[in-house]
Design a protein around this ligand. Sequence first.
Ligand code: GDP
Ligand code: MG
Length: 597
Amino acid sequence: TDPALIRNFCIIAHIDHGKSTLADRMLQITGVVEDRQMRAQYLDRMDIERERGITIKSQAVRIPFTALDDQTYTLDLIDTPGHVDFTYEVSRSLAACEGAVLLVDAAQGIEAQTLANLYMALDNDLTIIPVLNKIDLPAAQPEKYAEEIAGIIGCEPSDVLRVSAKTGEGVEELLNEIVNQIPAPVGEADAPARAMIFDSVYDTYRGVVTYVRVIDGKLSPRERIQMMSTKASHEILEIGVSSPEPTKSQGLGVGEVGYVITGVKDVRQSKVGDTITTLNKPATEMLGGYQEPKPMVFSGLYPIEGTDYPVLRDALEKLQLNDAALAFEPETSAALGFGFRCGFLGLLHLEITRARLEREFNLDLISTAPNVIYRVDMEDGAEHVVTNPSEFPTGKIAAIYEPMVKATVLSPSDHIGQIMELCQERRGELQGMDYLSEDRVEMRYTLPMAEIVFDFFDALKSRTKGYASLDYEPIGELQADLVKVDILLQGEAVDAFSAIVHKEKAYPYGVEMTKKLRELIPRQQFEVPIQAAIGARVIARENIRAIRKDVLSKCYGGDISRKRKLLEKQKEGKKRMKMVGRVEVPQEAFISALSTD
Ligand code: GDP
Ligand code: MG
């Protein structure tokens, strides 16, 4: 394809602002998908994606479009993931494009994540086409939000296009603007090949399908290629484009977007952001911006039925084929048995993974409270990286560091007070504040990541009646006054409940957990103290009083078979008990105590 006739673009939008519907309409108007095959959200394939209305994995689709100048152009729409956990994948999708459609719901205005992605697109020098969607809605306020967007990107309100992805109004005009405004890709056709991987998906039948954007040179079928980050080489078994079903081609040249199949079985061999070159004429320099996926949030996952452990291991291995960011290693907990410590990009990534394990592999799971990574410097010079609070080092600690994020909150200005209060409770520091329009404000905070991963988003939503939106990105680490709080039953620490918290929050955490457990753990034949402690110092205490429970005393000697039945019943009940020292704890108690609500 002549690069002059190619336009590579993506759509930046908040969840529910209509990205999928707009993509559907583009496919329909250009005849890529026939009307009778059209089903809503053609591009959203994953079940969970569809249900939760979010795009997890980006995909690309080729749209041939005959513009007003009667030329037929190749438009490549690269779909971007829509959640804060996947910022890196968004950045690679943007890097594969020359332009972006900024799509904003005309009844809602721009949201924090959209703004963050817009800034990222501007940093990448993308041409931005601002568009208001859903102008068919009675609640639409196109004048107001056109002004807001114009203020943010520095254009005239009249430059903001108005469409209805639902009815199709304005969509053809938008396609023409994409052709007119977004630059054609430029690259060196005779240079050594360089293609950037912007997505990599495992398919049961085809193995890993790698989506690429060719920058320089050409990739051809049967050619041997090399992954520049690892130097691993593979043969191209199939190369082609999604239009939108996979269609083989004779190769991909400068500016083209398509897929490559090499027979690798694991997405970690074909990493997002990596550069592909050819083996016989290799490029010397990788394309910029590559990062190894790095888990930020950790949680222990345990099967409720101990016998499901091998099933859980197989399931995690299968998910990892398609998820380079998922990390896990076996872990044993005195309270919960055998399980895995898993690393995730963020809370949503954790939730999605857990939902898939439960749904696709039919597992019942319990997960420990999520925690971030801490770095601990000891006085003797040793350094520990802690991903599990129960493995927090003992001994003389010189300093503890915790990861920080830069958070952006967009909200109607009447909620400023509540937002400040919340951020203060979460140890946040206000960095700046700007009015986007008369009644909408952007607030920037630095916050400890640990304070965000828990329930920050829910708290923000409930305090702003659902109006505030949030985006955040990691910005390194900071020293903090943190302590490890242990929860002890009869003097024995219950590993699953150990937590690393700020000094000032240690006491409330201890009180809450000991109270909760006193209610959840049944009385035993002896008294059971429940304590919260920092090292050897007890900071909270509750007591479970003893009872004397003798089931056999009711049987008055005589009936042996009845006695046996009772004993068996009691044994059944005990199966679901875990022993912590001498204390019997029903598994239910752990599950309830660990659930966040
Ligand atoms: P996405 O999350 O950005 O992919 O958004 P969707 O395309 O899934 O759209 C979210 C909801 O908005 C769906 O219920 C759509 O039917 C609806 N929607 C999308 N575009 C329009 C539009 O132009 N007008 C109206 N009235 N509804 C729309
Ligand atoms: Mg969608």
